[in-house]
Design a protein around this ligand. Structure first.
Ligand code: ADP
Ligand code: MG
Ligand code: ZN
Length: 490
């Protein structure tokens, strides 16, 4: 049966296929010393209710003063996301929440600081950014009781240390088409936020929190379907699972004749499903109005340029730089290596090693396989040391196996001299001439095998390599043996 026939048949069996549509709202806490509108410390994990003052507690008569470093970090984020950085203003967003002492949140509404950008993902897709605006975080409620959840909680504890911590909310266009792409987007965005110095990227500490808007439509349909918003996903795993569950729920609902109702939903990690929080009818009316205690914000060109200049090398540029070292089009495997190494922050080490003369291919392989195995130690390793080791292997004074052993030792010891460690382990280089002599001895001792190998029975190369390895106690290099065998066969 032809491929076309198979596909047509599948379409009949499965019916029209569905497409998932996702737009993400990512809240990123900013790495400032102090909060957005007061001088209280911005720190995770301090004793509850120790970093508080009349401003962030919303006491009557207190006045907010805008933190200029938070503005700078917001501009860095906007610039890195190719947004237009604009004059902006603050609004009060009114709603009641026990962990929000003012009963309103100061946020940006119709005049956000950053609008209209995009983020390019490593797979080549591009996700539009609607806006990236400044706002303050709320405090944190912990429900005490067996389940740790609001239902059946015995009581709740409120910590206002987080109230007033600066946030940038990054709102994407509904350009994302799968759970996997959503994870890729958050992974890349997180790396960008870390590179700008705006965020520590610690999702497990709540530095990055994601709301996912999910809808489904039949492939080829023009209009988007009705969306549901899943609140507060705080890991990539939850994000992916929640989107997959929600899309499947919506497809099943529509296929059985129902309709998706626009609502806010909660992801129940234990049950592995989303549950309704509130419907559109119950949605808050935030009664936005201009914050009367803050003047509009209009960073001048010089400040904007300073913010742009403070952005570190972005992950996309790091990937390009590393791939560029290879000197030709990278193989798919090397593309993966580049991606992983940049994600792990190991690219600087490889760049430095190559800068000192180590060959890029080999540096990539050793970094991907050996350095990644002990990431903390690897990040502390002196690039010159790594470079020397890779060079020793490249020049044939260490075999691959020996090189790995020396590298493991370097990582365990927190550094050292590769040549000294090699000597200590008895890994002296087997000179080309002594290797040639050993190979000749092995060939002479096995005339029958050599005749067959010479006649073209290539698989006997393995036999000869094994014999040479045995004779040299594993000190010979596989590639060098192959070269010597090739020379003798000619
Ligand atoms: P709101 O003001 O109600 O939050 P927005 O229009 O600002 O609504 O959209 C919020 C988020 O929802 C954005 O990230 C956007 O991309 C996403 N979104 C909008 N429509 C859809 C849809 N039909 N399906 C999935 N996501 C959507
Ligand atoms: Mg929203
Ligand atoms: Zn305060």
């Amino acid at each position: 049966m032809s491929a076309m026939g198979t596909r047509a048949e599948r379409a009949v069996l499965d019916g029209p296929e569905w497409e998932t549509v996702v737009g993400l709202e990512v809240h990123s806490e900013l790495m400032t010393q102090t909060k957005l509108f007061c001088c209280c410390r911005n720190a995770f994990g301090d004793q509850p209710n120790t970093n508080i003052c009349p401003v962030c507690l919303g006491l009557p008569g207190s006045l907010p003063v805008l933190n200029s470093h938070a503005v700078e970090l917001a501009m860095r984020i906007g610039t890195a996301l190719h947004c237009e950085v604009r004059p902006s203003s603050f609004h009060r967003k009114n709603y009641f929440y026990p962990d929000m002492p003012k009963d309103y949140q100061i946020s940006q509404y119709d005049e956000p600081i950053n609008v209209g950008g995009w983020l390019q993902l490593p797979d080549g897709s591009r996700v539009g950014i609607v806006r990236a605006h400044l706002e303050e975080d709320t405090g944190k409620t912990t429900h005490q009781g067996e389940t740790g959840r609001i239902h059946a909680a015995d009581y709740a504890l409120v910590d206002y240390n987080r109230a007033g911590v600066p946030l940038v909310e990054i709102v994407s266009e509904p350009d994302i088409r799968s759970a996997a792409q959503a994870r890729l987007y958050v992974t890349e965005l997180r790396a960008v936020l870390v590179a700008t110095g705006a965020s520590d990227g610690r999702m497990e500490e709540g530095s990055l929190r994601v709301d996912a808007n999910v809808s489904v439509r039949r492939v080829g349909a023009g209009a988007y379907g009705t969306r549901c918003e899943i609140k507060n996903l705080n890991s990539l795993r939850s994000l992916g699972r929640a989107i997959e569950y929600e899309a499947a729920r919506q497809v099943a609902l529509v296929e059985s004749g129902g309709a998706v109702a626009q609502e806010t939903r909660h992801w129940d990690e234990h049950a592995g499903r989303t549950v309704p929080l509130r419907s559109k009818e119950e949605a808050f009316d935030y009664r936005y109005f201009p914050e009367p205690d803050l003047v509009p914000l209009a960073p001048d060109a010089e400040w904007q340029a300073r913010a742009a200049g403070a952005i570190g090398l972005l992950p996309s540029a790091r990937r390009e730089r590393l791939a560029g070292l290879i000197g030709r089009a990278p193989t798919p495997q090397q593309v993966d290596q580049v991606h992983v190494l940049v994600g792990q922050g190991l690219d600087d080490l490889v760049v430095a090693a190559v800068g000192q003369g180590a060959p890029a291919d080999l540096a990539l392989v050793r970094a991907t396989n050996e350095l990644a195995a002990d990431l903390d130690a690897a990040l502390a390793l002196d690039p010159a040391t790594f470079g020397r080791l890779v060079e020793m292997e490249a020049q044939g004074s260490l075999t691959a196996t020996q090189s790995k052993a020396v590298l493991a030792e370097l990582l365990a010891a927190g550094g050292g001299d590769p040549a000294a460690i090699a000597a200590e382990k008895g890994f002296e280089a087997l000179s080309e001439s002594s290797l040639a002599a050993v190979v000749r001895d092995v060939v002479d001792a096995n005339p029958e095998e050599w005749a067959r190998f010479s006649a073209g029975e290539d698989k006997l190369a393995g036999f000869f390599t094994g014999q040479v390895m045995r004779a040299t106690g594993g000190k010979a290099d596989g590639k060098a043996i192959a070269a010597e065998l090739g020379r003798l066969r000619r």
